[in-house]
Write a protein that binds this ligand. Structure first.
Ligand code: S6P
Ligand code: ZN
Length: 194
């Protein structure tokens, strides 16, 4: 078995898990994101019917949480929509002043970034593209294509993850399908006083 614990290692990119080998996996289903999508009524109906689709998986190689170490992870975000809103990751701020890099491996996505004062920016993510996420910006990835979106994330192991404010208020923009294409719209539920 590979010793990932701050020792030299190599992994292969690609395949079903994006990185191979990996150390642990996290799975997120609709029930884990029930507060996040715009159409809560539809989410409730789906869950009541027993429909609980997988939204994403994260394959991780975490390091001990201390300065100077880098976590490697690969997210596989499934294609799909809740109503007209594309599947996305929860999104979070890092607790520490820690930047992050995303590298697209497969599929087509958008990375939404937003600072605490509401400054918003989005970048397109696809194979061959690297996105730099500055330390103080929350980040969420949206799958706007018809296949799995697969991307690598590299970030300091002591970054810490704060999900609270995004779970409560969301991002200033949402990504919905309009005339068969992804479109960035103002989030009607985003607080105006931020
Ligand atoms: C970690 C990095 C990614 C996300 C993953 C899932 O800093 O940004 O590995 O954890 O894309 O998103 P979330 O918002 O559920 O953690
Ligand atoms: Zn992050």
């Amino acid at each position: 078995m590979t010793d990932f614990n701050n020792k030299p290692f190599s992994v292969r990119l690609g395949g079903e898990t994006g990185i191979n080998p990996y150390r642990q996996v996290i799975e997120r289903r609709l029930s884990d994101l029930s507060n996040y999508f715009q159409n809560r009524k539809l989410v409730d109906e789906m869950l009541k019917r027993g429909e609980n689709p997988k939204i994403y998986e994260v394959y991780e190689i975490p390091q001990p949480s201390r300065s100077g170490l880098i976590n490697v992870s690969c997210t596989i975000l499934y294609p799909g929509k809740i109503g007209d809103e594309y599947y996305f990751t929860k999104g979070h701020f890092h607790v520490k002043e820690a930047s992050e890099v995303y590298i697209g491996l497969k599929g087509e996505g958008m990375v939404l970034m937003q600072s605490a004062d509401g400054t918003f920016k989005s970048e397109n993510l696809k194979p061959g593209v690297l996105i730099y996420i500055p330390p103080s910006m929350a980040h969420r990835t949206v799958n706007v294509g018809g296949e799995k979106l697969v991307f690598l994330a590299l970030f300091p192991s002591d970054a810490g993850h704060d999900y609270g404010s995004i779970e409560e208020s969301g991002f200033a923009k949402i990504v919905v399908e309009e005339n068969g294409k992804p479109s960035l719209k103002d989030n009607p539920n985003f607080p105006k006083n931020i």
